[in-house]
Design a protein around this ligand. Structure first.
Ligand code: NAD
Length: 495
């Protein structure tokens, strides 16, 4: 059985808390490993190592830091298939999708390779006689990252490349459900020449998270996970004076106008609804059809669903299993809830014939029609392969539905009307908007983040907001001695 340990000070660090968690292979249902759960003192140890490393790393030249970033980028690219395989083994998503998430994370590393440019401040010469003003940005200290199960490589990579390039040191607490990928990434950092102690991993559960939130040696917390925990993390980390960005859950709507290309919309609903078995924070889970196209759109989606292959992600399926049995059963319970509340069950994922071992955590793609806002299948984030279709009479009714939902992560409009699309991008209260693009995840040089209950804090991930989050600004006003500037003057300089 595989043992997954912490990574502290550039080496594997065996946990001694006596507490561990089971890691599963979701496609077989078997336990594949045990992961250490950190105690308070193990978190404290990691923080003290990261704090010590910060003194040297934050003063390492930008040129040297950039060289290490480039080497890391090269190694990550070389070993991405290995990382993807680890993800599929523990998360269940199909290999191509796991490779896709590593590639999206790699793009943030590439963005962070541009840190010499990103850290440049401003300079104003001669703001007053002989006085110059300039701004600089400096790293914060120890940055903590707490990440969810659904993107074990990409989500941590939204944060740590920028944090490290900017001169911070990092402690990551990955999801206990799929912890292996981050340990391989840690080893690649070491190979790239990153000094020991700059990148640390503590595995664990609530105990480790709570210690991170209260620890005075940690400067910032970047959290991604469900809304309940995001809110808890935001409040508690802020209470102890930390800078916090806490990204939460989602319910993403796709509004389909009557003039849309319905084949394109149906393809998009399938890809965005069932990719990664719906375990994506940007998955589409609610298709809002503006009548009279509802019947035709549902027929097109249902027809495409029949072609999807559910099975072991290592063996060429379209969709893998869910991450754990408990999560699979929770998602399946929504199928009963949907039927009970009066929705029409068009395709039932419990009946899907899957290609894999019987004990795997299987649930096939499911489609509900005639869903209404009060139903739990609409109100809740299900985080599984369950797509709901709601019917509305107009664009305005569809927009109101989206804006009234407490989540505001991503959304999409499908239409051939540029004016309607432009109106939507302006009026919708959601952080990331797609126009005929169902999963509008911003590229690395823009910032990722939602509105309302999908993000607590001000700052989104990566892009310029990421650089801002992991640095703090300082403005310097300077004058070099010049005999003509002598004399006493108690007022502000006027010229
Ligand atoms: P989760 O909230 O259960 O766990 C996230 C992290 O918090 C994990 O590291 C976990 O160990 C820790 N945690 C869990 N329970 C805790 C507790 N009681 N106290 C302290 N820490 C705790 O989320 P998950 O199930 O791993 O991931 C799925 C969720 O993440 C979904 O809601 C999804 O929408 C969300 N997500 C959001 C985004 C985004 O960008 N907004 C991206 C990815 C995932």
């Amino acid at each position: 059985m595989k043992q997954i340990h912490h990574w502290i000070a550039g080496n594997e660090f065996k946990g001694a808390s006596g507490r561990t968690g089971d890691v599963y292979d979701p496609a077989t249902g078997e336990i594949s490993g045990k992961v250490d759960f950190a105690s308070n003192s193990e978190v404290d140890h990691a923080v003290s190592i990261a704090k010590t490393a910060f003194a040297e790393w934050s003063t390492t030249s930008i040129t040297k830091r950039t060289q290490i970033m480039f080497t890391f980028r090269h190694l990550l690219n070389e070993r991405k298939a290995e990382i993807a395989a680890l993800i599929t083994n523990e998360h269940g998503k199909v290999l191509a999708d796991a490779l896709g998430e590593v590639t999206r994370g790699l793009e943030v590393v590439e963005f962070a390779c541009g840190i010499p440019h990103l850290l440049k401040g401003g300079y104003s010469e001669g703001v007053s006689n002989g006085i110059d003003v300039y701004s600089i940005r400096q790293p914060l200290g120890v940055a903590a990252i707490i990440s969810p199960f659904n993107f074990p490589a990409m989500v941590p990579m939204w944060f740590f490349p920028v944090a490290i390039a900017a001169g911070n040191t990092v402690i990551i607490k990955p999801s206990e459900k799929d912890p292996s990928a981050i340990n391989l990434i840690a080893a690649l950092w070491k190979e790239a020449g990153l000094p020991d102690g700059v990148f640390n991993v503590v595995h664990g559960d609530k105990v480790a998270v709570d210690r991170i939130l209260e620890h005075p040696g940690i400067s910032s917390v970047s959290f991604v996970g469900s809304t309940t925990i995001a809110k808890y993390v935001y409040e508690n980390a802020a209470k102890s004076g930390k800078r916090v960005q806490a990204l939460g859950g989602a319910k993403n709507h796709m509004l389909v106008l009557p003039d849309a290309d319905l084949d394109l919309a149906a393809d998009a609903a399938i890809n965005a609804g069932f990719g990664s078995a719906g375990e994506r924070c940007m998955a589409i889970s609610a298709v809002v059809a503006v009548e009279p196209i509802g019947d035709l759109l549902v027929a097109k989606i249902a027809e495409r669903m029949k072609t999807l292959k559910t099975g072991d992600g290592r063996e060429g399926s379209d969709m893998g299993p869910l991450v754990t049995k408990a999560h699979r059963d929770k998602v399946a319970s929504y199928l009963d809830a949907g039927v009970k509340s009066g929705a029409t069950l068009v395709a039932d994922g419990r009946e899907t014939i899957f290609a894999g071992k019987a004990a795997g955590f299987w649930l096939g793609p499911t489609l509900f029609d005639q869903v209404t806002p009060k139903m739990s299948i609409y109100a809740d984030e299900i985080f599984g392969p369950v797509l709901s279709v709601l019917r509305v009479k107009s664009y305005d009714e569809g927009l109101a539905l989206i804006n009234n939902h407490p989540y505001g992560n991503g959304t999409a409009i499908f239409t051939n009307d540029g004016g309607a699309a432009r109106k939507f991008q302006n009026e919708v209260q959601v952080g990331m908007v797609g126009i005929n693009v169902p999963i509008p995840v911003p590229v690395a040089y823009y910032s990722f983040g939602g509105w309302k209950n999908s993000l607590f804090g001000d700052t989104h991930a990566h892009g310029s907001e990421g650089v801002h989050f992991f640095t703090r600004g300082k403005v310097v006003t300077s004058r070099w001695l010049d005999p003509s500037h002598g004399g006493i003057n108690l007022g502000f300089p006027q010229n």
